[in-house]
Design a binder for this molecule. Structure first.
Ligand SMILES: C[S@@+](CC[C@H](N)C(=O)[O-])C[C@H]1O[C@@H](n2cnc3c(N)ncnc32)[C@H](O)[C@@H]1O
Length: 278
């Protein structure tokens, strides 16, 4: 694609993390035995005028596969929801340039993205709204987004790669606000462990030589997942969603075993979970 046809990108530190995710998702999607079929992510990376490699360093194959597997666990939760509520609403908090809609849409569901204005503008320029898929340019902490959701057809909220960038009190309030309003609904989210959250706040944390991750003020260990239930009485169940099996020694053989070893579960750099509201 000629450079003048490309879409320029200027994002702040935290919004820019969506490009790290997209870059690695697309890299994983290009692998011959990929764990994630995601041609739309590849298309988006090719459309953006952004120095991915200069900014983030060369793609990291293990992190990219981990990213693909994490995305697959979110997709699985959305597919399960749509199987039960085919016309329901999937609310993607902080959707970035996620391309989940193109992986799992059933042709009848409704999709609402709640994003910061700068990210919403970029997303809209690449992936314009349709009748069933809308973007709201607003912080997830402005709880008025809840008024835009029809609760009647079933609601699933996803927060992928979001909560770690919020403060602990904000996370608690956001979960409580979802539970309070969307009884019968669920929230799928991911969390980083406390050691990683503390590390990003103490010193520069570099997943590659050229890139420093923004601070992640909220961390939650896998061993303390049940604390999420204390956010609101309507949170009646919280459980971890295990990553699907991947390729190679780490994601093919070791990760499934790690889930069975309580001593190391808090060391895993990310955890995906679902909270159910009643
Ligand atoms: C790591 S990216 C995740 C993007 C996408 N969910 C994914 O997994 O690729 C973090 C996202 O959080 C969004 N974000 C951060 N704070 C937010 C807030 N208060 N309200 C809405 N979005 C927010 C950023 O704009 C960015 O898109």
């Amino acid at each position: 694609m000629a450079n003048q046809d490309k879409v320029p990108v200027r994002l702040g530190r935290v919004p820019e993390t969506l490009l790290w995710n997209l870059y690695h998702r697309a890299y994983e999607a290009r692998q011959p035995r990929t764990v994630l079929h995601d041609p739309k992510a590849i298309e988006l990376v090719d459309r953006l005028d952004f120095p991915f490699e200069e900014t983030f360093g060369p793609p990291h194959p293990l992190l990219a596969q981990g990213q693909g597997l994490r995305v697959r666990s979110f997709d699985g939760a959305v597919r399960d929801f749509l199987a039960e509520h085919p016309t329901g609403t999937v609310v993607n908090l902080a959707e970035g340039l996620e391309t989940q809609f193109w992986r799992v849409d059933n042709g009848r569901a409704h999709w609402l993205c709640v994003e910061l204005p700068e990210t919403a503008e970029l997303r809209r320029s690449l992936l314009p709204d349709t009748e069933r898929r809308r973007i709201l340019a607003r912080s997830v902490l402005d709880l008025s987004w809840r008024d835009e959701v029809d609760p009647g057809r079933g609601v699933l909220i996803t927060a992928q790669g979001l909560l770690m960038y919020l403060r602990p009190g904000e996370v608690r309030e956001l979960i409580a606000a979802c539970a309070e309003r969307f009884r019968g609904g669920s929230l799928v989210f991911d969390a980083v462990p406390r050691w990683l959250s503390a590390g990003t706040q103490r010193a520069e944390t570099r997943p590659s030589r050229s890139y420093v991750m923004p601070a992640m003020p909220w961390g939650l260990n896998a061993g303390e997942l049940q604390k999420v239930r204390t956010a609101h009485p309507a949170v009646v169940e919280v459980r971890e969603l295990h990553l699907p099996r991947g390729r190679g020694p780490y994601f093919g053989a070791l990760t499934p075993v790690l889930y069975r070893l309580p001593g190391v579960r808090n060391l895993r750099p990310t955890m995906t979970a679902i909270a159910r509201f009643a």
